[in-house]
Design a protein around this ligand. Structure first.
Ligand code: GAL
Length: 675
C-alpha cells in the first residue's frame, strides 16, 4: 500500500461525507451542560433546522474522566446514539484543550508557565503545557479510550483534535525541548551563536544550559531567539496535535482528522501544519463593529482554502449573533449571519458550523450567542438558523467544487513574526494589515485570490502580489523572481526582502535579492510623520501616502509615481520593470490610501490580464466557485448587478436575464447559462 493511501482515504472520506449529505451544517454541541432529558429535544430541533454535523466533547474531559483513570462514558454513548439515530454526523473531539482540575493539582508541571515565570492555575481552560510528558501521557490515555470505544460508532464522521491550539509556555520542560529543537536546527552552539548574532550585547552562549526561552527580560530580546521561540512553540503544538492524530489514524484510518485554526493567528504557523490535517477547519468570529469585516472574512477564507491546496474546508465555528469576549458585544443581524455563511461557501467551505448549539446557562460563555438561544426555539434567531439550514440545502450542487484563482497573495508566518519584532523601524508595518490592504481591491473587483507561501508553485498565477515580505530565503526570493521572467506580473510592497531566515538584515541596497528583477534599489527605510507625503503619478493619480517611505533609485525600471516631499522629492515611489517575455515587476515603496492602492493593484491585475466575472457595485462581492457565480450584498441597501449571462439563483430559485436586484444583506448563487 502506498504510504499516503490512508491519508488519501481520510481526505476522500470527507468528500464522501459531503457528497452523501450535501453541505454540512451544525456546531459545537456540549450536552454535558444539561440533563439527559434535554438531549432528545436538542436532536429533534437539530434535525428540524437541517443540522447534519455536530462537534461533541471538545471540553468534556472532566465529565469523561472525573478522577484519574475513572471512566464515565455512558453519557457520551447515549448522546452519540441519539445523534446517529437522527442521522447527524459527529465530529468527535479529543478533550486535550482543557484538562480537569485533578491533573493540575496532582501534577503541577502539566500547567503552563507564562513569560513572567508564573504558573497558570486551573479554573479557566487551555492551561496546559504542550511539552509536559505527564500531560501528554494523560491526553493520549483518554484519546486511546475514545478511539477504541467509538472507532466503529455509526455517528463518528471526523476527529477534532484539541481546540484552537495556541498556547505558549515558558517552563523548564519547554526550555529543554527548545534546546533540543535548536540542536536539530543548528547542530552546535557555534552555529546558534552565529544565527542569533550573540556577539552583540554580550549574549554569547558557551553552554546549552545558558540557552533559554525569551522569558521576561529588562529590555529588547534577541530578535532571532524570539523568532526561533515562535517557530519552536508552533512546532511543539503541532507535535501535540500529531501524537493524537497518529493514534486516531491507527484506530480509524479512514476517518478524517482535523483541528480548528484561527485565521491569521499570530502564535501558530498554519502553513507548516497543513499536511497534518485531512481537512482544514477554521474558526471565524466576524466583528459586527468592523467595517472591513467582509473583506477580512473573505481573505481569511481564501487562506484556509489555500492551506488545503484548494480542497473544500470547514468553517468550524462562528457566532450566530454576539460573542461574549469583546469589550462591547454587538449582535449580528440575521442577514449578516446568512451572507457571512454563504461567503464562506463561496470561498470554498463545505461545512458551516457555529459555537455552539444551545446557549449556556452557566459558565464563562453564558452570554455567547448560540443556534438555540436562551429564549428557546420561538425566536427570530432560531428561525434564522432554520432558514440557513434551508439555504445550505439548496446550495448542495456547490459541494466538493473548487475556486479557480489566477491571482496569489504571498504570506509567510516567519516573515510576519520577524517583521513585527520590537526594535523595528515602525510597529505599523504589520504584514497582515498590508495583506488586507492589497487584498481588498482584488476582492472588491471580484478577482479570485489564493494566499500562498513564498515557496509555493506559482506557475498557475498570472498575478502574484507580495504586500510585505520582510523575511525571505534566497530560494523563495528566486521562486518569486521567476514570475515576471516567465511572463507574469509581480507586485512587491514596501519593507520586503529586508531580512534572511535568521532575521539578519541583508547587507547592500534593498530589496537585496530582488533589486535586479525589480530594476530598483533602495538605501533607507523612512517611516513617515502623521501628515504623510504627497505622491505624484500620471498613471495612478496623485495621492497622500502614509506610514512609510523609502529612499530609492530606479536602476532599470519605469517610475510610475514619485514622492513630492518628506525629503524624497522626485524619488521613485512606485516603479515597474517590463521583462522581455512581457512580464512585469512592480515595486511599491509606501502605503497609499485605499483608493490609490486600489488603482495600483487593479493596474497590475489588468496587466496580468485578470478580469472580474461581473461589474460589482459597491458592497457587492462576486466570486465563482465551480459553475456557480456567488453574488453577495453585504450592504444595507439593495444593489443591482448586470449579469453577463441569463442565470438561475440556487437560493431564490428565480431566473434572471440582465439586471439582478440583490436586496440588502442577501446572497445569490447563480447558475449561468451558455457561459
Ligand atoms: C472559540 C472556542 C470556543 C468558544 C468560542 C467563543 O475560540 O473554540 O470554545 O469559546 O471561541 O467565541
Amino acid at each position: 500500500m502506498h504510504p499516503d493511501t490512508p491519508r488519501r482515504n481520510a481526505r476522500n472520506a470527507f468528500s464522501t461525507l459531503v457528497r452523501e449529505r450535501g453541505l454540512l451544517y451544525g456546531g459545537d454541541y456540549n450536552p454535558e451542560q444539561w440533563p439527559a432529558e434535554v438531549w432528545p429535544e436538542d436532536v429533534a430541533l437539530m434535525s428540524a433546522a437541517g443540522v447534519n454535523l455536530v462537534t461533541v466533547g471538545v471540553f468534556s474531559w472532566g465529565r469523561l474522566e472525573p478522577q484519574p483513570g475513572e471512566w464515565n462514558l455512558g453519557w457520551l454513548d447515549q448522546v452519540l446514539d441519539l445523534l446517529a439515530a437522527a442521522g447527524i454526523a459527529v465530529d468527535l473531539a479529543t478533550p486535550s484543550a482543557s484538562a480537569p482540575p485533578w491533573l493540575a493539582v496532582d501534577h503541577p508541571e502539566t500547567s503552563a508557565v507564562n513569560q513572567d515565570g508564573v504558573r497558570m492555575s486551573h479554573g479557566s481552560r487551555n492551561h496546559f503545557c504542550p511539552t509536559s510528558p505527564v500531560y501528554r501521557e494523560h491526553v493520549l490515555r483518554i484519546v486511546r479510550v475514545l478511539a477504541e470505544r467509538y472507532a466503529d460508532h455509526p455517528a463518528l464522521a471526523m476527529w477534532h483534535v484539541g481546540n484552537e491550539f495556541g498556547q505558549v509556555c515558558y517552563c523548564d520542560l519547554c526550555a529543554d525541548a527548545f534546546r533540543a529543537w535548536l540542536q536539530r536546527r543548528y547542530g552546535g552552539l557555534d552555529e546558534l551563536n552565529r544565527a542569533w548574532g550573540t556577539a552583540f550585547w554580550s549574549q554569547h552562549h558557551g553552554r546549552w544550559s545558558e540557552v533559554i526561552p525569551p522569558r521576561r527580560a529588562p529590555y529588547l530580546h534577541n530578535p532571532t531567539q524570539e523568532l526561533d521561540y515562535r517557530r519552536f512553540a508552533s512546532d511543539q503544538l503541532r507535535d501535540l496535535y500529531r501524537v493524537q492524530a497518529e493514534l486516531l489514524r491507527d484506530a480509524t484510518p479512514a476517518v478524517p482528522v482535523t483541528t480548528n485554526f484561527m485565521g491569521f493567528f499570530p502564535l501558530v504557523d498554519y502553513q507548516s501544519w497543513t499536511d497534518d490535517l485531512d481537512v482544514v477547519a477554521d474558526d471565524w468570529y466576524a466583528d459586527p463593529a468592523d467595517p472591513r469585516s467582509p473583506a477580512r472574512a473573505a481573505l481569511t477564507h481564501d487562506l484556509m482554502r489555500s492551506l488545503g491546496d484548494g480542497r473544500p474546508w470547514v468553517l468550524m465555528e462562528q457566532a450566530t449573533s454576539a460573542v461574549n469576549w469583546r469589550p462591547h458585544n454587538l449582535p449580528r443581524s440575521a442577514g449578516t449571519m446568512l451572507v457571512d455563511s454563504v461567503r464562506a461557501v463561496a470561498h470554498g467551505a463545505d461545512a458551516i458550523c457555529y459555537f455552539q448549539w444551545r446557549a449556556s446557562l452557566a459558565g464563562a460563555e453564558r452570554f455567547h450567542s448560540a443556534m438555540l438561544p436562551h429564549a428557546g426555539p420561538d425566536t427570530d434567531l432560531h428561525r434564522a438558523v432554520i432558514e440557513q439550514g434551508d439555504v445550505l440545502r439548496r446550495l448542495r450542487p456547490v459541494a466538493g467544487t473548487r475556486v479557480e484563482a489566477r491571482a496569489a497573495l504571498v504570506f509567510d508566518w516567519s516573515s510576519w513574526w520577524a517583521g513585527r519584532a520590537p526594535g523595528s523601524p515602525s510597529d505599523r508595518m504589520d504584514a497582515v494589515d498590508r495583506l488586507l490592504d492589497a487584498y481588498e481591491p482584488l476582492w472588491r473587483a471580484g478577482v479570485a485570490v489564493d494566499v500562498v507561501p513564498p515557496g509555493a508553485d506559482l506557475d498557475g498565477y498570472s498575478l502574484v502580489v507580495v504586500p510585505g515580505l520582510y523575511l525571505v530565503s534566497d530560494q523563495d526570493a528566486a521562486n518569486l523572481a521567476r514570475v515576471p521572467e516567465r511572463g507574469g506580473v509581480l507586485l512587491v510592497g514596501p519593507f520586503s526582502a529586508v531580512a534572511d531566515p535568521d532575521a539578519h538584515i541583508r547587507a547592500g541596497r534593498f530589496p537585496g535579492p530582488w533589486t535586479e528583477v525589480l530594476g530598483v534599489s533602495g538605501e533607507q527605510h523612512r517611516p513617515l510623520p502623521e501628515v504623510g507625503v504627497e505622491v505624484r503619478s500620471e498613471l495612478i493619480g496623485d495621492f497622500t501616502a502614509h506610514t512609510w517611505s523609502e529612499l530609492l533609485r530606479a536602476d532599470d525600471a519605469d517610475v510610475l509615481a514619485r514622492y513630492a516631499g518628506a525629503g524624497l522629492a522626485g524619488r521613485p515611489a512606485l516603479t515597474r520593470r517590463t521583462h522581455p517575455g512581457g512580464g512585469s515587476a512592480w515595486y511599491l515603496s509606501t502605503v497609499p490610501p485605499a483608493d490609490a492602492l486600489n488603482r495600483i493593484v487593479l493596474a497590475a491585475a489588468e496587466a496580468a490580464g485578470l478580469r472580474a466575472p461581473v461589474d460589482c457595485p459597491p458592497e457587492v462581492e462576486a466570486i465563482r466557485r465551480g459553475d456557480v457565480l456567488f453574488l453577495l450584498n453585504h450592504g444595507t441597501r439593495p444593489r443591482t448587478v448586470r449579469l453577463p449571462y441569463p442565470a438561475t439563483d440556487l437560493i431564490g430559485g428565480t431566473r434572471t436575464t440582465g439586471d439582478l436586484v440583490l436586496p440588502a444583506e442577501s446572497a445569490a448563487a447563480m447558475i449561468e447559462e451558455d457561459r
